[in-house]
Design a protein around this ligand. Structure first.
Ligand code: ADP
Ligand code: ZN
Length: 613
């Protein structure tokens, strides 16, 4: 998708164009066409009397003429002039007296005047069209403006159902209610069910958000309207807003139905962001907000939208009564991938050796669209090889091709890396479970999320916190160090995977010493103010801190001490749990995601075994 910025078009362009046109008319055309100067009749007569006029041609209302060439001027021709013709019986006599040539009589200057306007305008438009076309390459170019490019796709009968979506069971579960409602809106409202107005599907591209929205329509048997956010934002201000209005009007007529807006972020970026105020996008967004507030979901219209960047959306869109229900559509785990592969292989003959489970294991981090692609590629390869069933070789090659195509965007880990990531993440989780007061572990995953995070452990604070005690901060540092220490214990060698953790741990330790006065050695001094926002700094860099070098050294020492203490603590905790590590890592590698509860169960089993033996 192109950046909507490039499609921006505002009324200012038209103003600039007109203004440029006028300048051309005034300054350029006279030279281009030697436009005659207009002189009053009296001046003309004076010029004749002084013998300055070379020739004239007399029309019924105007007189065109040419002055005698100025001997000092470089041009051979004299200046052209026009003047009005007044009733002057002496005119011919005067002209003859001063030997002015009288040539033909031109009746009309219409054509010449017309040309003097048409040619610059033509030129101007040619340049303009050229520029716009270059800008608009790949999106139909200038000539498609006006024609509605943003087609509102309407499917009356959606053939897709929940059976066509796999590996996103949680999202499906959350959407069941919407289907119930669309099927029988009256019953639903009578029972006092609260109907969501807007549902935002959040997840990386290709995880099946569009497919899910469509499946909801299919399951409920209602029409499905869809449009892409990037198509809303048009060249001309106001077009997008009109389209939004149009969309809602159409949808209301067909209610109950679903409206689906893909790429909501293209349209719903926070207002006032970026160097230019995007008038068009803002108007479109405002119109969407107005429509959302204006419709009553009891009418049976449900709005769904998809985005992979919820953080850049305008907060107004997420407010209660708008897109207030969020459904996460995440990358599938191994089981999910297997289900998706099976689904897409429904109509593909598979050979006896085509083990999809192995393929699912090979494709951690890939999304539904990639997996569909793999099956497709494999089928094509089999056809090319003249086989009548897809074998393992084709599947494997297809995986390689698809992954090679994604390589830069997505990391797919090899087995060694996976094992390391598993132990690293378990390190975090085991520390969190072992120390009292740490946040509960929700889940541990080794499915890569983009380039930065190869795996992750999600900890949920048990309650919202505004204050944190010293020991809570220390616990946080301990959990962060857990990954690194685990790698040390298991592999006796560390990797680059802990960089982010170490940075965070250091930051916390620094804040403890410098801001919160949590170091006994340095006492209750705060050495750092809250950072001011950039625009309040008056361009001056922040003062490096008003403390002596000696203090700086002491701060460093204290930060070190805090980290070292936690490091020792974490080492003690993890060293005693090597057995658990092995067992949990095996499960994690197999399932790719385990919950905190599952990990606790493994720990319990393992310790029970140890007490027996
Ligand atoms: P998104 O809207 O999240 O970018 P799409 O819904 O457009 O993803 O998915 C593109 C295609 O990939 C779908 O048409 C489908 O063939 C396949 N696909 C993606 N996710 C799934 C899934 N969970 N189950 C089955 N097929 C999927
Ligand atoms: Zn880590």
């Amino acid at each position: 998708m192109m950046d909507p910025k490039q499609k921006q078009f505002s009324i200012w362009y038209v103003f600039i164009a007109l203004w440029a046109l006028m300048l051309i008319q005034i300054f350029v055309t006279p030279f281009l066409f030697l436009k005659p100067m207009e002189i009053p009749y009296s001046e003309f007569k004076a010029a004749v009397a002084e013998g300055k006029v070379e020739e004239v041609s007399i029309g019924s209302t105007v007189i065109h003429g040419r002055m005698k060439a100025d001997p000092s001027a470089p041009t051979k021709e004299g200046r052209l002039f026009d003047t009005v013709r007044v009733e002057d019986p002496d005119l011919i006599r005067d002209l003859q007296a001063h030997q002015v040539k009288i040539t033909g009589v031109i009746e009309s200057t219409f054509l010449r005047d017309l040309l003097s306007w048409v040619i610059p305008i033509g030129l101007f438009f040619a340049v303009w069209l050229f520029l716009l076309n270059r800008m608009g390459q790949g999106q139909g170019g200038f000539m498609t403006v006006g024609r509605s490019k943003a087609k509102i796709y309407m499917e009356k009968e959606v053939k897709v159902g929940f059976n066509d979506v796999a590996g996103v069971d949680e999202a499906k579960e959350e959407l069941r209610e919407v289907i119930e409602f669309l099927k029988t809106p009256q019953k639903f409202t009578r029972l006092g069910g609260k109907i969501p107005k807007g549902i935002l599907l959040v997840g990386p591209p290709g995880t099946g958000k569009t497919l899910l929205a469509k499946a909801v329509a299919g399951e409920a048997g209602v029409p499905f309207f869809s449009i892409s956010g990037s198509e809303f934002v048009e060249m001309f201000v106001g077009v997008g807003a009109a389209r939004v209005r149009d969309l809602f009007l159409q949808a209301k007529e067909k209610a109950p139905c679903i409206i689906f807006i893909d790429e909501l972020d293209a349209l719903g970026k926070a207002r006032g962001m970026g160097p230019m105020a995007h008038e068009e996008r803002e108007q479109t967004l405002n119109q969407l907000l107005v429509e959302m507030d204006g419709f009553d979901p009891r009418g049976g219209v449900i709005l769904m939208a998809a985005t992979n960047r919820p953080e850049i959306l305008d907060p107004a869109l997420l407010r209660a009564g708008r897109f207030d229900r969020h459904v996460l559509v995440d990358r599938p785990d191994k089981g999910g991938r297997l289900a998706i592969l099976k689904l897409h292989a429904r109509n593909v003959p598979l050979g006896p050796d085509a083990d999809l489970e192995v393929i699912a294991a090979m494709t951690a981090g890939l999304v539904g669209a990639d997996l569909a692609n793999i099956i497709n590629e494999a089928a094509l390869l089999a056809v090319r090889r003249g086989k009548d069933a897809v074998g393992f070789a084709e599947l494997q090659e297809a995986v390689e091709r698809v992954i090679a195509g994604l390589e830069k965007k997505n990391r797919v880990l090899n087995q060694m890396e996976k094992e390391r990531v598993a132990h690293h993440e378990l390190g975090h989780a085991l520390v969190a479970l072992s120390i009292p007061g740490a946040d509960a572990v929700q889940k541990i995953s080794i499915i890569p999320r983009g380039i930065a995070a190869l795996g992750y452990t999600i900890q949920l604070p048990t309650e919202d916190r505004f204050l944190m005690t010293k020991s809570e901060l220390e616990n946080k540092i301990a959990v962060l160090l857990g990954g690194r220490v685990a790698e040390e214990i298991i592999y006796r060698e560390v990797s680059t995977g802990a960089q982010d953790d170490l940075m965070k741990a250091t930051d916390i330790a620094k804040s403890m010493v410098k801001r919160y006065g949590m170091s006994e050695k340095l006492g209750l001094l705060s050495f750092e103010r809250d950072r001011q926002p950039l625009f309040l700094q008056n361009g001056q860099p922040q003062a490096p801190g008003d403390y002596s070098e000696e203090t700086a050294r002491e701060i460093d020492c204290e930060v070190h001490r805090i980290i070292d203490e936690q490091y020792a603590r974490v080492s003690r905790v993890l060293n005693s749990q090597q057995e658990v590590f092995r067992e949990a890592a095996a499960v994690l590698l197999k399932k790719e995601i385990i919950t905190g509860e599952e990990l606790k169960a493994i720990i319990a089993k393992s310790s029970a075994r140890q007490t027996i033996s």
